[in-house]
Ligand binder design. Structure first.
Ligand code: HEC
Length: 95
């Protein structure tokens, strides 16, 4: 019985854990699947997870951004801290 409860708990945790790839699905339209499309943003996504996370949080609180930051702010507004971390790690791993 204990094993079953543990299994359900693990499955639920996996289900609700922030999924960087799923979050990035809505970013790809502007940044490209690989993060290197610069047509809209003017910048290729690069850097390590920590620096990307810092930029995304900056868009959220208005402390980071260039001329087009108004396009980015709504993209991250509804992301939780866990979501931001997960998508940052995903982007850092893009090749
Ligand atoms: C509607 C188009 C659009 C979508 C969708 C979008 N972005 Fe952006 N993104 C931009 C633009 C435009 C900029 C440049 C903004 C500026 O001037 O600071 C940018 C900049 C960025 C930067 C900073 C790059 C740098 O090094 O300066 C990151 C990181 C980023 N976006 C990540 C994301 C993530 C993650 C998502 C999805 C949650 C996302 N973007 C969705 C348009 C978009």
């Amino acid at each position: 019985m204990k094993k079953i409860i543990l299994g359900v708990a693990v499955a639920a945790a996996t289900l609700f854990a922030a999924d960087g790839a799923a979050i990035y699905a809505k970013c790809g339209s502007c940044h490209g699947k690989d993060g290197k499309n610069t047509a809209i943003s003017g910048v290729a996504l690069s850097g390590d997870a920590a620096s990307i996370e810092k930029k995304l949080n900056g868009y959220k609180d208005g402390s980071f951004g260039g001329a087009k930051k108004g396009m980015m702010a709504p993209q991250v507004a509804s992301l939780s801290a866990d979501d931001v971390k997960a998508v940052s790690e995903y982007i850092a791993g893009l090749k």
